[in-house]
Write a protein that binds this ligand. Structure first.
Ligand SMILES: O=P(O)(O)O[C@@H]1[C@@H](OP(=O)(O)O)[C@H](OP(=O)(O)O)[C@H](O)[C@H](OP(=O)(O)O)[C@H]1OP(=O)(O)O
Ligand SMILES: Nc1ncnc2c1ncn2[C@@H]1O[C@H](COP(=O)(O)OP(=O)(O)O)[C@@H](O)[C@H]1O
Ligand SMILES: [Mg+2]
Ligand SMILES: [Mg+2]
Length: 354
């Protein structure tokens, strides 16, 4: 057997072998389905920001992936995609027009490659109104609880119209004002809390105005990776009491709440506040969102209305979030990638059969 760098193989037990015949290296199926006699690494091409590469592609992930026969390869966005690879999976978090066109063309030419996820579906999360539409339409309610979205209103322009629009829509103060576009910029994460009617005039459209829901100052981040779900607790904005509401006035701006530094997993919390949302409820929610959004990699911020046990609100959904902070992400993510290739192989086997 001839050894070359290009045709290097990684088997299930982590040892390396080499296949030289064209046919034999065309599929990674033997890595995931015993019955297939073909061996090759699973190649995952990625187009991610340097910040994301640093937080996500950590040595532990790459090492574990290698042991499972998965190789991560950077996509050079200055070169045609079809000339690179061949890829089994493409990972990306981009929605630019040109990139959407490139990926669409690539998907048509390479239907066997799984693109995670479709750019149009990701685009849906870029607008804070369309982001939550799926949850609102779902109207999820069962014996484990109810999941909704806070009452909200979109203001496209003209701050002077806000007080009247708020009255007309019946929104109750205080209101959280969020930039309409969630494009990942620092500005798009700048939120404000408006306590009184006058304060509404100081807001800067385009924005989403959302009723502030008291939730005991703790939120749950629910990470989804395909079918896997992991939940963490983060500190959040504290409750606003009636008294505070009657005394406070103006707009309070805050740049970044509930970031990773605000982990509340080890904090000594009131058990009624700290209790995680029921697993079956999250499973249903995740399943419906996966289907409704057409996405497999995302997280959501969910809060429990303070004083209730089972009234939940989804306030934010993020595509390809900071998985580096998700417990056991290396295992969860590599298993997911294997499962993606497994379903590709099953599909291929079915096609070959008929
Ligand atoms: O920066 P990180 O690792 O905290 O991850 C950010 C996420 O934090 P989280 O995992 O939810 O704690 C963050 O979540 P939040 O919006 O803060 O809830 C976003 O997903 C952010 O992406 P973008 O800036 O909206 O494109 C994520 O940023 P990118 O890593 O995608 O740039
Ligand atoms: N409707 C709401 N009620 C109470 N707190 C909220 C509400 N919306 C947002 N927050 C708080 O503001 C933080 C940031 O809002 P979020 O919608 O998650 O924006 P981002 O995309 O910047 O994370 C949340 O983590 C939460 O602490
Ligand atoms: Mg958030
Ligand atoms: Mg967000």
């Amino acid at each position: 057997m001839k050894l070359t760098d290009d045709n290097e193989e990684v088997t299930m037990n982590g040892t390396r072998e080499v296949e030289t015949a064209e046919e034999e290296i065309s599929s990674p199926c033997s890595l995931v389905i015993e019955a297939f006699p073909v061996k090759r690494s699973i190649i995952v091409g990625y187009a991610l920001t340097s910040k994301k590469i640093k937080s996500f592609l950590q040595p532990k992930l790459e090492g574990l992936a290698r042991n499972k026969g998965i190789l991560f390869v950077a996509i050079d966005q200055n070169r045609p995609l079809s000339e690179q690879g061949p890829f089994d999976i493409v990972l990306h978090k981009q929605i630019g027009k040109e990139w959407r066109r490139i990926l669409e063309e690539f998907r048509l030419a390479h239907p066997d490659v799984t693109v995670l996820d479709p750019p149009d579906a990701i685009l849906h999360l870029r607008n804070r109104q369309s982001m939550l539409q799926c949850v609102a339409d779902m109207n999820l309610s069962d014996s484990y609880g109810r999941v909704g979205v806070p009452k909200q209103l979109v203001i496209k322009r003209d701050a002077s119209s806000i007080p009247e629009a708020v009255n007309k829509a019946g929104l109750r103060l205080p209101l959280v004002a969020k930039p309409l576009v969630a494009d990942g910029s620092a500005k798009s994460h700048e939120l404000s809390l408006a306590y009184d009617q006058h304060a509404l005039l100081k807001l800067e459209p385009p924005l989403v105005l959302q009723e502030f829901v008291n939730h005991g100052g703790v939120l749950f981040k629910v990470y989804i990776v395909g079918e896997a779900i992991r939940v963490v607790r983060r500190f959040s904005l504290p409750d606003v009491s009636r008294r505070e509401l009657s005394e406070a006035a103006g707009v309070f701006r805050f740049p970044r709440v509930s970031c990773a530094a605000a982990s509340a997993d080890d904090a000594d919390l009131d058990p009624n506040i700290a209790e995680l949302p029921p697993r079956p409820l999250l499973e249903r929610l995740a399943k419906e969102l996966r289907r409704g959004l057409g996405l497999r990699l995302f997280n959501l911020d969910i809060i429990r209305e303070h004083g209730t046990r089972d009234r939940f609100y989804v306030i934010d959904i993020n595509y390809f979030p900071g998985y580096g902070k998700m417990p056991e992400y290396e295992h969860v993510f590599t298993d997911f990638l294997l499962s993606v290739v497994q379903s590709q192989c099953k599909k291929r086997a079915l096609v070959d059969q008929y």
